[in-house]
Design a binder for this molecule. Structure first.
Ligand code: IVH
Length: 663
């Protein structure tokens, strides 16, 4: 694969995993794997700066928002930290700092890197008044009510507090509390949380703060971005100040005058990690002198004066008993390793996804092998290594089946992926697609859990998701575990799901590559399935945020007879959401914009929002129809294309002038 293709592929993967992580609280890959992807992308972009696009994940600060909580604009944006994995990278970080500040003396402040959920807090006149999640770094979600429930957070400050105080903190779940909570969830028949961080995140994003109150959450404050109190010259002093007001900072922080001390701190904390009742996944090293920090400033995503030096993932050795094949919603066959259960950092691991044949071949793993399993601060385990020297010769190679293990339809291959060709006649695909259709982010059909879907599918009561709406109360009463009330509740939930907005319906349809965010873009643009159905690939790709993969997947979906029949069936049962498409009117009405390169005074999202507010349309690619290409620093190939096509070009200053935000 060419480097350019690889860059694109990693970006798509990162976006996909961001969505799973931030929107659904259900990551599919480990943190370490995610960090690795991110680092690879950064390396490639460094090598090929001409291919950096403003929508690359490296150019953004954090995740997206959900609509559950009201937005809060952070007084000071929440940046991220560069993650380093090798000592050589730490040396390079230190060298860069030394080069920038010359021969002035400095110290580092070292702290644990808490593996939790980042929040900003505000105190006014000594009272806790607001908490928000990080969101996209500039705007987060208002979770004040829920953070209020964390009992270790003082609601009233002690001593000499300033009139206004803004803090950075990490909300974590204790490990002991996490296993108790998961036991309870399983008893109640609910999904358990994959790891303490997801559990913390899920707990903070409850609509009912009484639930949050029951959750074993804790909080550590690690930064003071704004306050109206005395000026500090060092980060360390500012944390002492927070301590004096009764705010919980980490007792494990330590100053380091030399890199040697940084390394010792890292080793000490790595050893201590096992005995802590919360997860840490590395250390954070910050330049302590705040004036020097200001001088060094920040890059688009992260500061130059701080970094996270991550721990190696936890690993244990075990036996790989078997490899089974799971069939997913879109028919993908995923090989899964069944392992002899092993305790990895307090969690029993008995399965690990092997993802695809490519990975099996790269690892050179066989049934019966001795393998090393890692759990990188979280739970999704992965096989990182095969101990080939332990082979007895009796190990068996794994082969992908030629027919689907569930429906026996032939299997087809696309690069390293294998698919079942059975479509909805494959019970596994049908089951997963119905579960997806009913899930929270999609049609949110309360009471239609996995077990019920299993029964409906096994008993042949549904052939596709539209059939759900033809089921009667008697149908449900015939299922095990259903009584009058449960059946009625489910019928009510199905009835009210008919009113769900178009974006949820589009997402629920489960088109390949169309996640919740893309579904929203499509819904806002087209307003109805009828309109979207006739969109061409070119038209779709012209929409900002819709790439070629999504465009062709949409076109393919609407070209298949069985999908058109499904949409007809939905219409017949009263599921046909329509929304108004309103284009704002303003000075940009009738004009189409393309952005390329990095803007200095506006984030990418802000530029898009302003353009939309003023009635302008934004597209992802330059064509004859483009009115203006706005060019920031390090523009990509869109700039060259604009010149070639003679499209008008605006630099950032000119754009700011037009929108009335001249600097
Ligand atoms: S300082 C400007 N200190 O790690 C840098 N962050 O990718 C601000 N985190 O979302 C971060 N422990 O929430 C800092 N001791 C610590 C931390 C910490 C965990 C989180 C933070 C941020 C992420 C950085």
């Amino acid at each position: 694969m060419s480097d350019e293709k690889r860059i694109k592929k990693i970006r798509t993967q990162i976006k996909h995993h961001d969505e799973l992580y931030y929107q659904k609280n259900k990551p599919e890959i480990s943190d370490a794997e995610y960090d690795r992807l991110f680092s690879e992308l950064k390396k490639l972009e460094k090598q090929y700066p001409q291919w950096i696009t403003p929508d690359s994940p490296t150019q953004k600060v954090g995740g997206r928002l959900t609509a559950k909580f009201s937005p809060v604009t952070h007084k000071v944006p929440l940046l991220s930290l560069d993650s380093l994995f090798e000592w050589d990278d730490v040396l390079a970080f230190d060298q860069r700092i030394k080069k920038l500040i010359g021969d002035r003396a400095f110290e580092y402040s070292c702290e644990p890197k808490f593996d939790g959920l980042s929040v900003s807090l505000v105190y006014k006149d000594g009272h806790f008044v607001q908490a928000a999640t990080r969101g996209d770094g500039s705007v987060g979600e208002n979770v004040t009510e829920n953070v209020f429930q964390i009992h270790t957070l003082p609601k009233k400050l002690k001593g000499d507090y300033p009139q206004e105080l803004h803090l950075r903190a990490e909300v974590i779940m204790t490990l002991s509390g996490f296993s108790e909570l998961n036991k309870k969830m399983v008893q109640m028949g609910e999904d358990s949380f994959a790891n303490p961080r997801n559990a913390a995140s899920g707990s903070l994003r409850q609509l009912d703060s009484k639930i949050t109150k029951e959750r074993p959450l804790d909080i550590f404050i690690h930064g003071l971005p704004f306050h109206m109190g005395p000026a500090f010259s060092s980060h360390w002093e500012s944390l002492d100040y927070l301590d004096e007001m009764g705010l919980p900072t980490s007792p494990l922080r330590k100053k380091a005058g030399t890199l040697d001390q940084v390394q010792k701190y890292y080793e000490k904390l790595n050893a201590k990690r096992e005995s802590l009742d919360y997860e840490i996944d590395g250390i954070v090293v910050k330049l302590d002198d705040l004036n020097l920090c200001r001088e060094l400033g920040s890059k688009s995503r992260s500061p130059r004066y701080a970094m996270a030096y991550k721990f190696e993932s936890r690993k244990e050795i075990t036996l790989l008993d078997d490899i089974v094949v799971q069939v997913g919603r879109q028919g993908t066959l995923t090989p899964v390793a069944l392992l002899k259960p092993v305790d990895v950092g307090g969690v029993t691991v008995s399965r690990a996804s092997l993802h695809n044949l490519d990975i099996i071949q790269k690892l050179d793993v066989k049934i019966g092998d001795t393998v090393r399993v890692a759990r990188a601060g979280d739970v999704i385990p992965e096989i990182t290594e095969v101990l080939h020297e332990k082979r007895s010769g009796k190990e068996k190679a794994f082969k992908m089946p030629e027919s689907c293990p569930v429906c026996h339809a032939p299997v087809c291959r696309e690069s390293v992926f294998y698919y079942c060709t059975g479509g909805y006649s494959c019970l596994a695909q049908l089951k997963w697609s119905i579960i997806h259709f009913a899930s929270k982010g999609a049609m949110d059909i309360d009471g239609l859990g996995r077990e019920t879907v299993d029964l409906l599918v096994q008993k042949n009561m549904i052939k596709h998701s539209a059939d759900l709406y033809v089921l009667t109360k008697d149908d449900f009463l015939n299922l095990e575990g259903f009584k009058e009330k449960k059946a009625q509740n489910l019928l009510d939930a199905l009835e009210s799901s008919k009113q769900k907005p178009l974006n949820r319906f589009l997402y629920a349809l489960g088109m390949r590559h169309v996640g919740a965010e893309n579904a929203k873009i499509l819904a806002d643009h087209y307003g109805s399935v009828a309109k979207l159905k006739t969109a061409t690939s070119e038209e779709l790709m012209d929409i900002h945020g819709i790439g070629p993969e999504i465009a062709s997947s949409c076109v393919e979906f609407f070209s298949e007879k069985k999908n058109l029949a499904l949409l007809d069936d939905f219409k017949k049962v009263g599921v046909n959401p329509i929304q108004e498409v309103t284009l704002k009117k303003g000075i940009f009405t009738g004009f189409t914009f393309v952005f390329t390169g990095e803007l200095k005074n506006l984030s990418r999202d802000q530029a898009i929002e302003v353009t939309n507010q003023l009635g302008g349309k934004i597209t992802g690619s330059v064509s004859q129809k483009t009115s203006y290409v706005v060019v920031g620093e390090n523009p990509g190939s869109k700039y060259e294309k604009a010149i070639k096509l003679g499209v008008s070009i605006l630099d950032e200053r000119e754009f700011l002038k037009i929108i009335g935000k001249e600097t």
